[in-house]
Write a new protein. Structure first.
Length: 366
């Protein structure tokens, strides 16, 4: 979840490492830290703003009558699309989600989040939910339904108004349609706690939309209680202007470097192809190239920095490097490591064949 909640002990340990570095390395890590913390907005941010504001206002509207039944938002996107970062950003920018001191002096966390267990079962999600509430329990002696009822009771007693479950696509890894239906019933039940209208933020890959529309339930209740926002994959040339702005923001604005020899007409499509059009992955690759440039003492970032960074991240060979190959359009980035392993296996087989051939030759000679 959020990376801002580092423990006090970790901060002390990190400070000790920082203090041991020389002035130049300290300056570099400050740049890296601030660069990684900088939020790069997505084209879907205005819609996400509406959805998050709707959650907050729906809670408050209960004071003047009744909260609406639509109390869940599904945020879907491919791996690397930036959905988790987007959710973290929209939570962090709203003080209503932050811990507060209640009228009775108790510290209350209006929002609690956790990553969905896999496979996502009724007992598994309840156990993970109780863990997020720091509630100790011996689950081996409790039935699924008892555990789930306890979780709902603790959500209410801890005054949790918003629940964020990340990687919700794990629901589709259930062994049976019945298990998937059970999770759908769980989500419906969570937004129907008597006297406590809990609101849900559920994020995952696009397969999660299949759960909402196909596996949810026959009476459409879950779909009618939720909204869905997709962080779509970028494509060239439609999103080239967006990527150019991201490159400029990170390279010159965040890393204080200059871009050298990066011809937009050639570099941008290569960059987008290397990251499969994933918004978050594109940001991470640009940042990694900047970090490499900073660590080598360069005042600029160029194509070689991207090529080396991509090679380190993907495990590709020279001919499979999107930033260097003339036939980069034919490269499948996700296959880079598989190709490397396949070549390694082939080399081992060739070595074994040669060894066998030599051994056979010696036997014949004898």
């Amino acid at each position: 979840m959020s990376n801002s909640n580092y423990s006090e002990h970790f901060r002390e340990a990190a400070q000790a490492v920082f203090d041991s570095l020389g002035p130049e390395r300290q300056r570099r890590v400050e740049i890296i830290g601030r660069m990684n913390a900088s939020y790069i907005g997505t084209p879907r941010d205005p819609l996400l703003d509406l959805m998050f504001d709707d959650l907050l206002e729906n809670v408050a509207s209960a004071l003047f009558g009744k909260a609406a039944k639509r109390r869940a938002i599904f945020i879907v996107g491919e791996s690397g699309s930036g959905k988790t970062t987007a959710v973290e950003r929209h939570i962090a920018k709203r003080p209503e989600f932050a811990p507060r001191i209640a009228a009775d002096g108790q510290t209350v966390r209006p929002l609690v989040g956790f990553e969905a267990p896999k496979p996502l079962t009724l007992k598994g999600v309840a156990r993970a939910g109780l863990g997020a509430l720091h509630y100790p329990i011996n689950t081996s002696r409790v039935t699924e339904q008892e555990l789930f009822d306890l979780w709902k009771e603790q959500l209410r007693e801890n005054r949790v108004l918003f629940l964020w479950i990340d990687e919700m696509q794990h629901v589709l890894r259930g062994n049976t349609t019945k298990e998937i239906q059970n999770v759908a019933d769980v989500l419906k039940s969570l937004v129907q706690i008597d006297g406590w209208p809990l609101h849900l933020i559920l994020s995952g890959v696009p397969a999660l939309a299949q759960f909402v529309h196909q596996f949810a339930d026959t009476d459409r209740q879950l779909k009618e209680r939720s909204n869905l926002v997709e962080l779509r994959t970028m494509s060239y040339p439609a999103d080239a202007a967006i990527v150019r702005k991201i490159v400029t923001k990170i390279v010159t604005g965040d890393a204080s470097l200059t871009a050298k020899g990066l011809d937009p007409s050639d570099f941008i499509p290569r960059l987008m192809h290397a990251c499969n059009g994933a918004f978050g992955s594109t940001i991470q690759l640009i940042r990694a190239a900047c970090v490499y440039a900073l660590r080598t003492g360069s005042a600029s970032v160029d194509l070689d920095h991207f090529a080396i960074t991509y090679a380190l991240a993907s495990g590709c060979r020279l001919e499979g490097n999107v930033f260097l190959s003339e036939n980069w359009q034919n490269i499948v980035p996700d296959n880079s490591l598989g190709d490397l392993l396949a070549n390694a296996a082939l080399n081992r087989a060739e070595v074994a064949a040669k060894a066998t051939s030599k051994a056979t030759g010696r036997k014949k000679a004898n």
